[in-house]
Write a protein that binds this ligand. Structure first.
Ligand SMILES: C[S@@+](CC[C@H](N)C(=O)[O-])C[C@H]1O[C@@H](n2cnc3c(N)ncnc32)[C@H](O)[C@@H]1O
Length: 209
């Protein structure tokens, strides 16, 4: 679901980038079971900050970074082109980074069992059907591959100030327990997690063989 104006301003702000780079990336790294994740998929890549985290902290050799909103991917292109040494804005930066408009609820364009890791920084709670998104993630992970999650929880999203200022779909709301139980039920074994009860959930889950 598209972000409203306030969400877009916050998501694409320097403050958001700082939180993602200084807190979320390192915390997810501390929950990883492997040194390197060569082939990675990022859902809801937004302004493209996650790509640097995935390459820098998780040792990715290739990142497919996707977002349902073409305007967000344009921002990612502009950010990434100079960082990746490309003079013009494109969809592909050598063999390392590919940017794609794609809905997390329909990853039909991605190979089953094709990825060592899937990342979604603050994305699944924006989808209309969080369970479907998790099933898609499970499908594209290799056995032993890991899903790194970072999501706001129902208690926070349903609080009056957040309801009044943001536009989150009902189908994207879950508690930490619901999320974790569903991961297990579809063969994504929760490995580690950090929780701010009712507010924020981060963690990793491994695709079972
Ligand atoms: C809160 S922003 C997070 C952006 C970025 N990951 C970050 O951490 O700054 C959520 C992103 O998810 C994207 N999004 C929302 N619904 C989506 C969906 N169904 N599939 C893919 N991306 C989606 C939005 O366009 C937006 O860029």
């Amino acid at each position: 679901m598209k972000l409203n104006l306030l969400e877009r301003l916050m998501t694409n702000s320097g403050m958001r980038h700082l939180v993602q780079a200084r807190i979320e990336g390192p915390r997810l790294r501390s929950m990883a079971s492997k040194d390197r994740y060569p082939v990675c998929l990022e859902l809801g890549a937004g302004a493209g900050r996650g790509v640097g985290i995935i390459i820098g902290l998780f040792g990715a050799e290739k990142v497919v970074a996707t977002d349902a909103d073409p305007a967000q991917l344009e921002r990612a292109k502009k950010r990434l082109a100079p960082l990746l040494g490309d003079k013009k804005y494109g969809d592909k930066f050598g063999d390392k980074v590919v940017l794609k408009v794609e809905d997390a609820l329909d990853l039909a364009g991605e190979p089953a069992g094709g990825y060592d890791a899937v990342f979604a920084f603050g994305v699944i709670h924006h989808t209309e059907d969080w369970r479907k998104a998790l099933r898609e993630i499970s499908r594209v992970l290799k056995p032993g591959g890991e899903y790194f999650f970072d999501e706001l929880l129902k208690g926070f999203l349903e609080s009056p100030p957040i309801r009044a200022t943001t536009a989150h779909p009902a189908g994207g709301m879950f508690t930490g327990d619901e999320f974790t139980a569903y991961l297990s039920s579809i063969g994504l074994k929760p490995v580690k997690q950090w929780r701010w009860d009712g507010v924020w959930l981060m963690g990793s889950a491994m695709k079972e063989n």
